[in-house]
Design a protein around this ligand. Structure first.
Ligand code: LLP
Length: 447
């Protein structure tokens, strides 16, 4: 069994997170429930800051809010001295509601709307990461009209293969993101940015991929970026001050997973950037990292109540498959369906019992909805509590209302206390955006 962060088995043989017995959490807040281990998040934030300060020096760490964003989460990373990476008006608005300092906000996206760019300029975000020529022109005119100079980074495509799931690979040559360095488009974008009014080119950005266990893509991207910074200096006399190497460090979903530690990651990334800038003969830029998954992934656990358990005998297979249904699924965790993502689980109210039986954990949606194809658990019964681990990143953030399920609440747990940071959606929430034209109103006299 894998215990992450502050997870522990208590004297009642129950899983405990942040000093809270998960059975008590389920009783108080209901299931499904996202439980976020606040200490684990803060520890990761501190590990990032300390390791990069030690290995590189001049670094800012921006939390990639797409991994998990709530107003309270923005406030938490603000307290930890982090910057914030947002990728939509919605994420930016959430940061604003948390009173997050806009001077520490980086705005991403491959197709930002005019409204979003206006909002970014009005709020005064530190950097807009420009991803296309259309955006460059649009932002330039928006900022000029507002009488402002907007700091930008250019999203570059360094052309490295991240060796991760194809749907979360972004740094390879064939990608919708950024300006390709090798084919000269990035240099064209630099020239246009330098000539444009209303914007100031301050940094270059790349993000190679996500859930990386192998850090080689960073060591390959660093010299490409450093050489490009030199080329920009040579050809335009503009000194690029900031190099943003994006996010991507992987996390542990299964016991046998062994991602690099934050300290190892910081050492390798820092060394490769330091070596690359020295080789390129340029001044050491300020470095920015944008971790998302590795800040929150392992800190999150989803609690489900176990429903029916069915043994299915397969004629051509001598074994049986035992389906264990839980009261959530695809709508609170679409990752198995989208990416064949794998997860571990603990039978939380019998946490210390020997895992003796293989179960297939199924969700409650009207389709296959398989959360975990095979997991060994102690003998389970309807009414037990299942804790699916490592659900802190891209679960709540990617949750939907499919089948008109209400999104589960989120609690932060720490030092034996649990606090609600997002309440459960209500049935009323589900219909609040619906509009019924008069002619469809039942018994309407106009029909
Ligand atoms: N910066 C940029 C520009 C990004 O596009 C991303 C993630 C990050 C930072 C953070 O990467 P992380 O440290 O979390 O790997 N929904 C997918 C993951 C998509 C990641 C997209 N970009 C999943 O559930 O696996």
């Amino acid at each position: 069994m894998m215990l992450l962060g502050t997870q522990n088995i208590n004297s009642r043989n129950h899983l405990e997170i942040g000093g809270c017995d998960v059975a008590d959490l389920a009783a108080e807040f209901g299931t499904p429930l996202y439980v976020m281990d606040e200490k684990a998040i803060r520890d990761k934030c501190r590990a990032y800051k300390q390791a990069f300060a030690r290995e590189y020096g001049d670094v800012d760490i921006a939390y990639a809010s797409k991994a998990f964003i709530l107003t309270a989460m923005c406030a938490l990373v603000d307290q930890e001295g982090f910057w914030l990476d947002v990728a939509s008006a919605g994420e930016l608005y959430t940061a604003k509601r948390a009173d997050f300092s806009m001077g520490k906000v980086i705005f991403h996206g491959n197709n930002k709307s005019a409204d979003e760019l206006e909002m970014a300029v009005e709020y005064g975000v530190k950097y807009v990461v420009v991803d296309s020529f259309v955006e460059l022109e649009l932002l330039s005119s928006i900022a000029e009209d507002a009488g402002k100079t907007q700091g930008i980074m250019l999203r570059c495509n360094p052309g490295v293969d991240p060796h991760t799931h194809r749907l979360i690979s972004t740094g390879q040559e064939d990608s919708k993101f950024g300006f390709n360095i090798r084919n000269g488009l990035a240099m064209t974008a630099v020239r246009q940015a330098v000539a444009a009014k209303g914007i100031s080119l301050e940094g270059l950005h790349c993000h190679v991929g996500s859930q990386l266990f192998d850090i080689t893509p960073f060591t390959e991207a660093a010299p490409v970026m450093a050489n490009f910074i030199r080329q920009v200096g040579d050809e335009t006399r503009v000194e690029i001050e900031v190099l943003d190497m994006g996010g991507g460090l992987g996390v542990r979903y299964l016991e046998e997973h062994n991602p690099p530690s934050v300290a190892e990651f910081a050492k390798i990334v820092s060394e490769s950037v330091i070596t690359a800038v020295a080789a390129a003969g340029i001044a050491k830029p300020r470095l920015i990292l944008e971790p998302g998954r590795s800040i929150v992934g392992e800190a999150g656990t989803t609690l489900y109540s176990v429903g029916p358990i069915k043994e299915v005998h397969i004629a051509e297979d001598p074994g049986v498959r035992t389906y264990l249904s839980v009261d959530g699924g695809l709508s609170d965790n679409p990752r198995p369906a989208l990416y064949d993502a794998v997860y571990s689980a603990i039978l939380a109210n019998k946490a210390g019992n020997e895992p003796t039986k293989a179960y297939t954990v199924s969700g409650r949606h009207c389709e296959t909805d398989m959360l975990i194809p095979r997991v060994l658990l102690p003998e389970a019964k309807t009414g037990d509590l299942l804790a699916v681990q490592t659900t802190g990143a891209y679960n709540h953030a990617m949750a939907s209302n499919y089948n008109r399920f209400t999104r589960p609440p989120v609690v932060f747990v720490m030092d034996g206390k649990a606090e609600l940071v997002a309440r459960r959606e209500t049935l009323e929430d589900l219909v609040k955006c619906d509009v019924v034209p008069e002619r469809l109103v039942k018994d309407s006299p106009k029909v």
